[in-house]
Design a protein around this ligand. Structure first.
Ligand code: FES
Length: 891
């Protein structure tokens, strides 16, 4: 380590003097010394592009670049391009194309794009894909970035989003007060008329990059007749917002959105009632325009803020005031610009990773080399003498270090790792043996009827008497990971016995209970505040990082502590998506119609979130000197839950037998990942439908339609096929190219999605090149068409990545998926052009769609590969050399 040296940096047009070790990464100096939060830590090994900056006009990663090597060269970060009030044209293009979901990758993408534009004035699509090939996006916005760059150079592409308005297929659904309002009926818990000019909405749900904050603001602005800009949304804070549990299962618009809709309608009623006294006009005569209440007869007017600004509205939301009819909507149904987007494209501090508090210290956790290892001894004294180190924290096998600066904490953590001795060997067998043992091992089995498990005997699969032929096949999914682009980070401050936690959890109230139990504190002594972070798509490592930082803060009361995981921490310790196996069988009659269907799904647990109580699934809770035991993994029982989510086909088969085999013991920690069991179940069902169509000599689209009675499902399927140019009889888009389709309705009760994929496979090559994807969806009444499309596109890209590339690996020494090289995901050059068709149904409730494309995507790809090559892929990932393609016999 070199002593601090004074360096002169030229950043964003200004000159900056810093005294640091010249070996310190440029990223650390930009963020910590210059306060520039645009460049992000993603991997620390130049694999993801989140930290890119322009050095002398060239886009380079800054996470390993020693600051001493930058010399007098000009450095430009995304903040140097423009600000939220005066954006650079490239940032404006990103905003206009909404080339963002969580936004964690945005600054790196924009800088990489600017680096390209510095070299090439009018880049081609291939030049864009190549230039941004090492910029990863886990949310799947690659195609939007490509479009944004084209827009920036004045060559915009035609719209790829179509909204259709089909005729209703049934009576309008009856609107009713949502459960969240029944639990928290007090109006003031949901809405506040601020002292002047704005209204604040409170939601217990969290923004995960799905655009929820903006969609909720649209709903409130709609009911209150306000401009969107006047609505503030406070989300997920145990001190401020209602308890709405976890933000999961694409339910937030359905629950929190509905609650705010009714609450805003009630608020409007009350505000007009108060205005009645001032204006001396009956409420039904009053009109509202952007918060100005006017009596058209007398011409007198007042405002929301004049009649109630800063004062409680009082009362409860009872349903007396009904929300507007869809036909009266002017904001709901439009693609409103995302409220969080200006900050995220200009590098303003928008993420938990960017939070800085006065006097904040930095911490790193030092985990065991593998699950099951225990700390035998550590030479903490040597580490405590390192520059800047404030403390080494040890409690049982929980080990962490705190320092004044982040790079000091990082170096001290490495030193601590070298001085720690662990006991206990890694005992996982090779992958094939582990999977064989899992799926052939003991299971708790239940029949699934109408989407829910029931007790009782399980009948064997028995084809009916009229059966002419049967087919069977087996499908596999390995352990896979979320791989959030930014490693988990949390901030804690223990002061006067009260702990404040800033986290990226999916549920602040469940998180508070879990932390309280692990620390032995009353929940009332803890405040948990949600902050935006890199996209999470289920249960990531964020909750574990929250307990890590709380344990450190307990040892340094009065000092705010920021604890950040490394890339390897995230890859090794996040809870993985459970491995699954699905065995399908079907009986066909002489006409090739399905007479009976059998579905056996084996799945590891999908629920691993921590809650309050004497047991905990949080990593550190199990490492303490007095550890909290792990709760047993109970078999799920709810409708379309966990491993049997979407195991029940949408099709009208005369007979069906669906069995869930719960495997409680996983050698690797598992929990929820986007879609839960729907990914593998729909992959299997929709692949097998193609196999049956092939056996029946039928076109895959026609085969599905003749088994499909659900009108909304049929409409979605036909819309996708029509937009894609589906050729009856299986005609393919060209030599070496194939087209496949698949369909599902998420949980059989939420959004419908049909996916058509065009792809190419070079002869004799395993490489699959996705060229075009068409997604058609019906998510009921649309709040924001572009927001909905963005969710569907992201769901497609992430599921395609899982289908093509992703598999957690290990060897005798431990887990080997530790970064983006050892756990490859879909990159820019692999991303297809995506087109979306939305069917708007104002007569049906709004449902979330973040997981709607997750299941159909792997099946559409597998079906397209079969159409191209005749090779049937039944195990993901498809492009993995060791993936077998079981060829199960037919009878
Ligand atoms: Fe790219 Fe989330 S938008 S990682």
């Amino acid at each position: 380590m070199t002593p601090p040296t004074e360096l002169i940096l030229h950043v964003n047009g200004g000159e900056h003097r810093v005294a640091v070790d010249p070996e310190t990464p440029l990223l650390t100096v930009l963020r910590q010394d210059l306060g520039l939060t645009g460049p992000k830590y993603g991997c620390g090994s130049e694999q993801c592009g989140a930290c890119k900056v322009l050095v002398d006009g060239v886009a380079v990663p800054s996470c390993q670049l020693p600051v001493g090597q930058v010399g007098g060269l000009p450095v430009v970060t995304v903040e140097g391009l423009g600000t939220a009030d005066a954006m650079h044209p490239l940032q404006e293009a990103f905003a206009e194309e909404q080339a963002i979901q969580c936004g964690y990758c945005a600054a790196g993408m924009i800088i990489a794009a600017q680096g390209l534009l510095n070299r090439v004035r009018y880049p081609t699509d291939d030049q864009i894909r190549e230039a941004l090939a090492d910029n990863l996006c886990r949310c799947g916005i690659y195609d939007r970035v490509r479009r944004a760059i084209k827009l920036r150079v004045g060559r915009p592409e035609p719209a790829r989003l179509t909204v259709r308005h089909p005729a209703p297929v049934g009576p309008p659904s009856e609107a009713a007060l949502p459960p969240a309002l029944l639990a928290t009926p007090e109006l003031d818990r949901w809405l506040r008329v601020d002292e002047a000019d704005t209204v604040t909405a409170f939601s217990g749900k969290v923004e995960l990059g799905q655009g929820l904050r903006t969609a909720l603001a649209q709903i409130v602005a709609e009911e209150l007749d306000l401009a969107l800009e006047r609505v503030r949304v406070v989300m997920a804070d145990t001190a401020l917002t209602p308890d709405e549990g976890n933000t999961v299962s694409s339910m937030s618009l359905e629950t929190s959105g509905a609650a705010l809709r009714w609450a805003a309608a009630e608020a409007r009623r009350r505000l007009l009632a108060i205005a009645y006294e001032e204006l001396e006009a009956p409420p039904e005569r009053l009109v509202v325009d952007d918060g100005v209440i006017r009596d058209p007869v007398s011409g007198r007017e007042t405002t929301y803020w004049a009649v109630a600004g800063g004062r409680p509205l009082g009362g409860e939301v009872t349903g007396v005031a009904r929300p507007k009819a869809p036909a009266a909507h002017r904001l709901v149904g439009t693609s409103a610009p995302r409220l969080d987007l200006p900050a995220k494209v200009t590098g303003a501090p928008a993420f938990i990773q960017d939070l800085t508090l006065p006097g904040m210290a930095h911490a790193r956790v030092v985990r065991p080399p593998h699950p099951g290892a225990r700390l035998a001894a550590v030479d903490a004294a040597a580490v405590e003498r390192l520059p800047g180190v404030l403390a080494v924290v040890r409690d049982g096998s929980f080990l962490a270090v705190v320092a004044e600066r982040e790079e000091q904490a990082a170096r001290a953590a490495e030193a601590l790792r070298e001085r720690a001795a662990w006991e206990g060997a890694f005992s996982l067998a090779d992958e094939d043996s582990v999977y064989a043992k899992l799926f052939d091992g003991p299971a708790e089995s239940n029949l699934v009827v109408d989407g829910a498990t029931v007790d009782g005997p399980i009948p064997p699969w028995a084809p009916p008497a009229a059966t002419v032929r049967t087919r069977s096949a087996s499908y596999h999914r390995p352990y896979q990971m979320h791989g959030a682009l930014g490693p988990a980070t949390a901030v804690a401050h223990l002061e006067d016995g009260r702990l404040t936690l800033w986290v990226q959890t999916q549920g602040v109230f469940p998180q508070r209970e879990a932390i309280a139990a692990a620390l032995g504190l009353p929940a009332a002594a803890i405040r948990v505040i949600q902050r935006d972070g890199p996209g999470v798509y289920g249960h990531s490592g964020a909750d574990d990082a929250a307990l890590d930082v709380a344990l450190v803060a307990r040892n340094l009361p009065g000092r705010p502590i920021r604890l950040a995981w490394t890339r390897a921490d995230e890859h090794r310790w996040e809870p993985y998506a459970p491995a699954m196996r699905i065995d399908l069988a079907a009986a066909l009659d002489a006409a090739g119609n399905v007479l009976a269907w059998s579905h056996d799904v084996w799945s590891l647990p999908h629920f691993g979130r921590a809650r309050g109580g004497p047991e905990s699934t949080l990593i550190a809770a199990g490492h303490l000197a007095t550890p909290l035991p792990q709760p047993p993994a109970r078999a799920p029982r709810g409708p379309h839950s966990a491993g049997y989510r979407n195991a029940d086909p949408l099709y009208a088969f005369p007979a069906r037998r669906i069995v869930h085999h719960h495997l409680p013991e996983s050698p690797l920690r598992t929990s929820s990942l986007r879609g839960l069991g729907a990914f593998a179940n729909v992959f299997a069902i929709e692949s097998f439908m193609d196999e049956l169509a092939d056996a029946a000599g039928a076109d895959p689209l026609a085969f599905r339609l003749r088994h499909l009675a659900d009108e909304r499902a049929r409409a979605v399927l036909l819309a996708a096929a029509e937009r894609a140019g589906w050729q009856p009889g299986g005609q393919q888009p060209g030599p070496g190219r194939g087209r496949g389709l698949a369909l599902a309705r998420y949980k059989n009760r939420q959004a419908y999605a049909a996916v058509v994929v065009d792809l190419a496979v070079a002869p004799g090559d395993r490489r699959i090149r996705l060229e075009r994807a068409v997604i058609a969806a019906d998510a009921g009444q649309i709040v924001s068409p572009d927001g909905l499309a963005n969710q569907l596109e992201g769901g497609f890209v992430q599921a395609a990545s899982q289908a093509l590339f992703e598999r957690v690996t290990w060897d005798a020494g431990g887990l080997t998926s530790v970064d983006w090289d050892s756990y490859p995901i879909l990159r820019f050059p692999d991303a297809p052009v995506v087109e979306v068709v939305l069917l708007n149904r104002p007569d049906a409730p709004t449902v979330g769609a973040g997981e709607a494309a997750t299941g159909p995507t792997p099946a559409a790809i597998a079906n397209a590969v079969f159409a191209t090559t005749g090779r049937r892929l039944r195990a993901v990932p498809f492009m993995d050399e060791r993936t077998s393609t079981p060829n199960h016999p037919t009878t």
